[in-house]
Design a protein around this ligand. Structure first.
Ligand code: ISL
Ligand code: CA
Length: 539
């Protein structure tokens, strides 16, 4: 058996820097703010953090449009602050991952500014231009944000490809000089002492030929894990290996079957954030997570990476609405059960800021309250299609990425302790009773449960590279055993509307075993009610 890696027994925490902690009263979270809150993360039991982009950016897509890869966005701080952050984290045994955004740059990046100067400019080939007219783009591809993937440039009589916003032109990975510059930039950051990267939209860096039309039923397949990507991933891997860093790829389009090739011993990266389980069901404005689908997807990824490969586990991030809302749960026990459904699976769990106290969606009432570029685009497209503004708001509000981007709710002082100034995005009105200080003081809170759960995850390699045995016959009920060299544990997280119980074939092993953790102080192991769960150690 392969030896255990540090990240296999670790818990990660995602920081959305703009909304984590403001240190200077401008209403925007910053690097010093993160440093000020590190002791909270130590208390929570976090081993590493992933911070969303803090590079220089015009902020069309909140930092995912980078105009200088080697400069820090001034509102977040300076390079010296980054060095302080890395030191402060390492003193506390917390490792630091940055976001690496190399599918595209900002349209304000000097490379793109040069590229627009003419077809002969050396930087023109750093991007993906194709001859076209204004009326007829090079093909019918759509961007992820719902518009054409092409933007016309009149003076060049060409269009450039952008699979996200038009201010995010895609880089041409076929250009070796461009790749070399990217690789130098990666080394620049690793030389500062970073411990790893989350690789943004990495499966999109290779594109199909422009002649291949978009398939309406599989819209993104012309830029998702397209053959030829292997060479670029191998080149990246060489650098990652040289620095022994941790890499987590946002790699949609890499199937669970193919995942071990990406994340196994010889893979390009250490783990993948699959996006499949995020799919929602229900009418517009009322969407919820499809529990059976969530379960199927999670189980399939567990099964397909059982012996080779490794999973990144998560239920929230900065691109999705809040889990408590989207799983339609309000009771603390159900929110804890949700945590239990994923955090002890085989893989490395991530917690998104605020998830650990059960933060909820924001009650949006006006378009001015939104910030996310996709929300605004979709709102205006809806108005164009003749939908009235109230309906349009309703449509985008529930799933909007802004739901998870509202400021952290630290305590019940002004602005929830996030900032003494005006926050850049409104604070959720439930902050006065839903905040970290309050939950810290309550041993039965969601936060207290997360702390115990994290401790348990790290207490025994059974929850790291230990075996997993999933009982698949129980829809909506997450029932699995984790087994290490010394102990076995049974996890039951009941997200169905029927009672759950210990599967008969293992009941003699666990009935009478010690209940290590329960979502509702329940010690009765025979009937596990809907919205509750527990962990039992084999007797
Ligand atoms: O592949 C997708 C859907 O099947 C897309 O969701 C895509 O992979 C994802 O949206 C990429 O998100 C990341 O890159 C974006 C940025 O806006 C997001 O915040 C980030 O997480 C562009 O950089
Ligand atoms: Ca600030």
């Amino acid at each position: 058996m392969n030896s255990e890696k540090w990240w296999q027994n670790s818990v990660g925490y995602q920081i959305y820097p703009r909304s984590f902690q403001d240190s200077n009263g401008d209403g925007i979270g910053d690097i010093k703010g993160i440093i000020n809150r590190l002791d909270y993360l130590v208390e929570l039991g976090i081993d590493f953090i992933w911070i969303n982009p803090i590079y220089q950016s015009p902020n069309v897509d909140n930092g995912y449009d980078i105009s200088d890869y080697e400069a820090i966005q001034p509102e977040y701080g300076t390079l010296a602050d980054v060095q302080d952050l890395i030191t402060a984290c390492h003193q506390r045994h917390i490792k630091v991952l940055f976001d690496l955004v190399v599918n595209h740059t900002s349209d304000q990046h000097p490379w793109f500014v040069e590229a627009l100067k003419g077809k002969d400019n050396p930087y023109h080939d750093y991007y993906l231009f194709a001859d076209s007219t204004e009326e007829a783009p090079p093909n019918n591809w759509e961007s992820f944000f719902g518009t054409s993937a092409w933007e016309y440039v009149p003076h060049l009589k060409q269009s450039y490809l952008h699979i996200f916003a038009k201010q995010q032109p895609d880089l041409n990975w076929k250009n070796a000089k461009m790749r070399t510059e990217i690789y130098e930039m990666i080394r620049f950051w690793l030389n500062l002492g970073l411990d790893g990267f989350r690789l943004d939209a990495i499966s999109h860096i290779q594109k199909k030929n422009w002649a291949v039309p978009m398939d309406k039923d599989d819209k993104w397949r012309n830029f998702m894990n397209v053959p030829g990507i292997e060479q670029y991933m191998s080149e990246l891997k060489e650098i990652f290996d040289e620095y022994h860093i941790l890499t987590v790829g946002e790699a949609s389009g890499v199937s669970s079957k193919k995942a071990p090739e990406w994340t196994g011993e010889k893979g390009y990266i250490n783990m993948i954030f699959e996006l499949e389980h995020n799919l929602k069901t229900g009418s517009k404005g009322h969407e919820v997570i499809d529990i059976p689908r969530y379960q199927d997807v999670i189980y399939r990824w567990q099964r397909d990476q059982l012996t080779h490969g490794w999973n990144a586990l998560y239920i929230e991030n900065h691109d999705n609405p809040r889990a408590a809302t989207i799983f339609n749960t309000t009771s603390p026990s159900a929110i804890k059960t949700l945590a239990l459904s994923y955090l002890l699976l085989r893989g490395t769990p991530f917690i998104y800021q605020g998830q650990e106290i059960g933060m909820t969606n924001f009650p949006f009432a006006a378009i001015e309250q939104f910030d996310a570029v996709d929300a605004k685009l979709q709102y205006h497209e809806a108005l164009k299609a003749g939908i009235n503004s109230k309906q349009a708001l309703n449509r985008i509000g529930r799933l909007s990425r802004d739901n998870s981007r509202t400021p952290m709710q630290w305590d019940n002082t002004k602005n929830a302790g996030f900032s003494i100034g005006d926050p850049w995005l409104p604070i959720n009105p439930n902050w006065s009773h839903l905040n970290i200080a309050q939950e810290k003081a309550n041993p039965d809170s969601v936060l207290s449960f997360y702390k115990k759960l994290i401790q348990l995850k790290k207490s025994d390699p059974a929850f790291g590279i230990g075996q997993i045995n999933i009982f698949t016959a129980y829809p909506g009920q997450f029932i699995f055993e984790r087994t290490g060299p010394h102990n076995s544990y049974l996890v039951i997280a009941n997200l169905s509307d029927r009672n759950a119980s210990i599967p008969p074939q293992i009941s003699t092993n666990y009935e009478g075993g010690a209940v290590l953790l329960s979502t509702d102080q329940n010690t009765i192991t025979t009937t596990i009610r809907p919205g509750t769960g527990l962990v039992i150690q084999k007797g």
